[in-house]
Design a protein around this ligand. Sequence first.
Ligand SMILES: Cc1cc2nc3c(=O)[nH]c(=O)nc-3n(C[C@H](O)[C@H](O)[C@H](O)COP(=O)(O)OP(=O)(O)OC[C@H]3O[C@@H](n4cnc5c(N)ncnc54)[C@H](O)[C@@H]3O)c2cc1C
Length: 528
Amino acid sequence: MKFDVIVVGGGFAGLYMLHRARGLGLAARVFEAGSGVGGTWYWNRYPGARCDVESLEYSYQFDERLQQEWRWSERFAAQPEILRYADHVADRFGLRSDIQLNARVAAAHFDESARCWTVRSADGQAATARYLVMATGCLSVPNRPALPGLERYAGAVYHTGAWPHDKVDFRGLRVGVIGTGSSAVQSIPLIAAEAKELHVFQRTATYSVPAHNGPLDSAYEARVKADYAGFRARNSQMPNAFGSNLPRNESSALAATPAERQRAFEARWRHGGLFLLGAFGDLILDAQANETAAEFVRDKIRATVRDPALAERLLPRQRIGCKRLCLDSGYYETFNRDNVELVDLNDAPLEGATPQGLRAGGRDYALDAIVFATGFDAMTGALARIDIRGRGGRALREAWAGGPRSYLGLAVAGFPNLFTITGPGSPSVLTNMLVSIEQHVNWIAECIAQLNARGHATIEALPQAQDAWVAHVNAVAERTVYPLCNSWYLGANVPGKPRVFMPLLGFPAYAKKCEEVATAGYEGFALA
Ligand SMILES: Cc1cc2nc3c(=O)[nH]c(=O)nc-3n(C[C@H](O)[C@H](O)[C@H](O)COP(=O)(O)OP(=O)(O)OC[C@H]3O[C@@H](n4cnc5c(N)ncnc54)[C@H](O)[C@@H]3O)c2cc1C
C-alpha cells in the first residue's frame, strides 16, 4: 500500500490531519491501535472522566457549521459525549474509509534512496508514504508502576487509561485506588458512592479546584456562538489557549494585600475551572507568589474535610500548578464519607500486592478490585514504543535517550518528512489541546502543500535550529516553578525516564514563531 501521508493515531489529532490531507488531494491513511476513533476518549472510560477545559472551547474550530451545530449538554462534557463528538466528526467528514482500526504501528523506517517512510503494523502489514505524521497522543500510554505480587492478586485490576467498555460495577465491593492525579480525582467521588469500601493510596497529595459543572447555560452558548470565531481568536491569545472569558490578572500576587488576594482567589474558585492560577501574573513564576495560591487551596481543604488529621494528610506541599492542576466534583468532600479511607504512602509505603489485596506499611488491605490511576508515560511514551528510524537507520529512541529533542515540537533532526503533532517542545499539554492540535495540523498541512508546490521531496529540521529550540524550551521552563516538583511534565513518574521539562509554556508566542518559520521559507529546516 502506497500513500502520500500516513497518520499514526485516530484521536482528535489524527482525525483532523486526515481531513486536511484529503483536502489537499493527498492519499492518506490513518492507522489506529484501538477499535474505534477518539483516542483519549476511546480509552479513558472510567467513571467521572470528563474534560476540564470547557466544552465550548474543547472542540474543533476548523468548521463553522460543525461548531455551530454541535450541542454540548454540560459545561464540561463527560467522556461518552466527547466520544460521540469524535465519532460524529469521523462520520460527518466521511473519514472512516481511510482509517484502519485495530492497527498498531510497530515500526517506521525512512528509506533514504526512495525518500519515503515504510510503516509496519504489529501484525506485519506494511505501507509506505512520503510523509509520516505521528498523532499518537501525549497521554496515550498508561503508566502502571511495577507492583510486586500483582500477578498473584485474585481480584480485578483496572487502569483508568485503559478502562473496559462495559460498565464496571463496584457495588458491594472493596476497592483500592492507587494514585491521586487527575483521573483519580475525577473517579474517586463516583467509585466511593458505589463501592462498599474505598481505600485511596496516596503518594503525593493533590491540588484540585472545583469544576462547578452543570448543564450548559444556553444563553451563554448562544452568546459564544454569535461570534464563535471571535471567541476562538481571543482564546488563542491566552497563554494556555483557553479561558479568555476570565482574563488573567498580570499584576503580582505579592503586591496585593492579603484581603485582595483572598478576593481574587475566591472569585476564581467560585467561577470554577482551571483559572485559579490566572488570578495573578506571577503565580507560576515566583515561588513566594505561588505559595499564596497554594495556601488558599490548603485552607479550602481544611474547611472541607471534617477530620483535621485527615485534612492534614490531604494537604499538598509542592508548588501549586507544577504538577497538573486537577478539576473536581466533590473530591475532598469524598474523604468525609465513612466508607472511604486515605492510605498515606509516605507513612505506609506500598509494599506490593497479595492474593487478597494490597499491603502497605505492614498492613493488609483486602480488596475486590484495584484501580491504577497512575497516569501515563507522557509525551514521549507512544513514540518510544515504535521503532522509528531516520537517516542512517538511527533510532528515535537513541536520538532521544537523554530526553526528547525536537524543533518546534514538530520535527526531529535526522528524521526527514516526519512530523509530531503536539510533540515535546510544543505547548501541547499546557494548553487547550484541541487548539494546539489544530494549529499543528494546519501548519503541517500547509507545509506539505508548500513542499509539493515547490517540488521539494523532503523537509528536515537542522540540528542547530533544534539545539537552539531545545535551549529555548528549557530557558522558558527555568523561569517558572515547573521544574521544582516531580511531575509527568518532567517524566518523573516513569522510572529511568530522563528528567527534562517537555512542554513549552506560552501558546501565542509559540504560534507566532511557527508562522514566522513558515513565512521565512521554513527557516531552520533543510528542504531538498
Ligand atoms: C482523562 C483525560 C482528560 C483530558 N482532558 C483534557 C482537557 O480537558 N483538555 C485538554 O486540552 N486536554 C485534555 N486531555 C488531553 C487529551 O489527550 C487531548 O486533549 C486530546 O484528546 C489528544 O488527542 P490526540 O489525538 O493528540 O491524542 P490521543 O487522543 O491520545 O490519540 C492518540 C491515538 O493514537 C493511538 N496510537 C498510539 N500509538 C499508536 C501506534 N503505535 N499505532 C497505532 N495507534 C497508536 C492511540 O491508540 C490513540 O487512540 C485529557 C487527557 C486525558 C487522559
